[in-house]
Design a protein around this ligand. Sequence first.
Ligand code: PNS
Length: 161
Amino acid sequence: MRTVLYPGSFDPVTNGHIDVARRAGKIFDKVVIAVAVNAEKNPLFTTQERIDLIRAACSDIPNLEVSSFNGLLAHSLERFDAGAVIRGLRAVSDFEYEFQMALMNRGLNDKCETLFMMPSPEYSFVSSRLIKEITKCGGDVSAFVPPVVAEAMRRKFGLGK
Ligand code: PNS
């Protein structure tokens, strides 16, 4: 049984994240999306809300589980019985930070191998940060996030339907 961990803040999950999770699900027996509890100081959504949104948006991926982790990612692999970590790479600009993080995580735990997957090109410019900013300013992000996420953000920002 090959399990891979897909960690991140997922504040909130986007179609780009889901695309990567779906691709990983075709390669591995099990994908565990793990929401980082402490990664971002001021998330828009609580950990449980982020988990619920991912579960709602990914219900059609049969070999996917959603959980959360506290503390260091490198020390969480064993808890999920995962053999590797998946991270999405959208563009070259992501690479430097991801490269640093992958090597740092392996420095902390020699078993922590990171595999990079590219989402579909139509999501190469999609980020949770931009999605929140656009929604807050009244923009339409329905092409970039599942409907349940678009709705949850509008509720958070006190915007009508
Ligand atoms: O996609 P994100 O939000 O940048 O990913 C967050 C996370 C925690 C997966 C990433 O920053 C990471 O792997 N960091 C390595 C250091 C670590 O384990 N941080 C955990 C929070 S204290």
